[in-house]
Ligand binder design. Sequence first.
Ligand code: SAH
Length: 233
Amino acid sequence: MAWRCSGASNRELVENLFQNGLIESPRVKGAMLSVDRAHFCPSPNTAYLDTPQSIGHSATISAPHMHASALESLLPYLNAGSRVLDIGSGSGYLTAVLAELVQPGGRVVGVEHIRELKELGERNLGRSQRGRELLSDGTVEFVVGDGRRGWVDRGAPEGGKEYWDAIHVGAAAGEVHGGLVEQLRRPGRMFIPVEDTSGLDQYIWLVDKDKEGNVNKKKLYGVRYVPLTDPPR
Ligand code: SAH
């Protein structure tokens, strides 16, 4: 996939993802066009390659086609005013694109368990005028916490129950954590990579909560993410 979709500019990368069917919706395309991936990558020379890249602290910025897939999957729940939780925000790239998709009136919280990466996300978003606005008006906030517990936003009900329209998990979980499902709104959707019982393989799961509160889980495809863990000592 990498050789087909990489580009020499943000526009070329996004156009290639679109031509190859990895981005399907014009909304996802527009949002990815409006966020320059180079602001979130360690090196400007590799920013538009369709590959994951190391961002330090054993973390990676996921490949563009994975970001596209997560956005496409969550899209029905990314609307004006939606509330989104991005667990394992890392570089902050996906957090930034999610913020574009929930305007006006939406809110996106990026959770990181490594303070330096929480600060990296903030710094990266702050590289553009638009990003600085999103941070200063509170549309986007990066916080330090253990994403396995979700996040109780200001103004959320006790325990943060049924609050987030969409939850994106950017690291592989050992299980579909019950606390995260609890924090999903009715209706709401979570995109989460989960290790299988052997611990060797990981699959993306889509977890849907319907209007009545019924939960449905669907296994999508195999992936390779860094694990959702305790913070390193
Ligand atoms: N979406 C990010 C992915 C970064 S890699 C990006 O594309 O840039 C996964 C991230 O999950 C790492 O930054 C890691 O520090 C973070 N992480 C791992 N376990 C975590 C936990 N329990 N709580 C919060 N963040 C966690």
